[in-house]
Design a protein around this ligand. Structure first.
Ligand code: ADP
Ligand code: C5P
Ligand code: MG
Length: 204
């Protein structure tokens, strides 16, 4: 009886949580591009941790300099800042949505911070992981550099971001892989090809 009651309670609790898909992959692999399509075609809400940090950096807040210094060096901003921005954005939109959280968690600090602060608000049911060679990621970054105005869209910063991805983010992907919730996608094709592969098996 206790078990049924507990199950009922936990189902009710889970129903009240935001539904979250994490979107990971190296810099320039196409995370933002595919998230945009999922918003337009599949009713997801997209939050890019990098975009939120760049917006915060631009407001001249007390964290601006720290964020700027981390982004230029391809380093990961402390999770207290990133989680605060994510939660604020989610609450503003309304928690009863299906969120794509893009570019997060990027290291163990991000992961542990999320587990500590967000597990009462959100349930992560899948992780999308786009795989692409560094050579192709660099090509895409340099293409984006023509219009992005981003301080880190250049060869030197890209190399630092690749190192951070390999040494810090891959551990996080391995963590989710052990839980069997990673949806691995080959990101080499054109935008529509990648989207077609992505949709297959995706929890909507
Ligand atoms: P991320 O968010 O992973 O850093 P973006 O979505 O911003 O990557 O994409 C990086 C650049 O590559 C952009 O200029 C984008 O238009 C381009 N791009 C994205 N997906 C593809 C693709 N499948 N093929 C070729 N170029 C792509
Ligand atoms: O995802 P995006 O390429 O926009 O991220 C740009 C930069 O923002 C990262 O290289 C990193 O410096 C910072 N960032 C971070 N923590 C995150 C996401 C992005 O510090 N979770
Ligand atoms: Mg992006």
């Amino acid at each position: 009886m206790g078990t049924a009651h507990t199950r009922q309670m936990s189902t009710k609790a889970a129903n009240n949580l935001a539904k979250v898909t994490f979107v990971l992959g190296g810099p320039g692999c196409g995370k933002g591009t595919q998230c945009q399509l999922l918003v337009e075609r599949d009713q997801f809400v997209h939050l890019s941790a990098g975009d939120l940090l760049r917006e915060e950096q631009a407001t001249d807040s007390e964290d601006s300099k720290l964020i700027n210094d981390h982004i230029k060096e391809g380093k990961i901003v402390p999770v207290e800042i990133t989680c605060r921005l994510l939660l604020k954005a989610m609450q503003k939109i309304g928690m009863n949505k299906r969120f794509l959280i893009d570019g997060f968690p990027r290291n163990e600090d991000n992961l542990f911070g999320w587990q500590k602060e967000m597990e009462d608000f959100a349930n992560v049911d899948q992780v999308i992981f786009f795989e692409l060679s560094e050579e192709d990621m660099l090509k895409r970054i340099m293409h984006r550099a023509k219009t992005s105005g981003r301080a880190d869209d250049n060869v030197e910063a890209a190399q630092k971001r690749f190192t951070t991805f390999n040494t810090e983010t891959m551990k996080v992907i391995d963590h989710f892989d052990e839980k069997n919730i990673v949806h691995k996608i080959d990101a080499t094709g054109d935008i529509e090809e990648v989207y077609t592969d992505l949709k297959e098996g995706l929890i909507l």
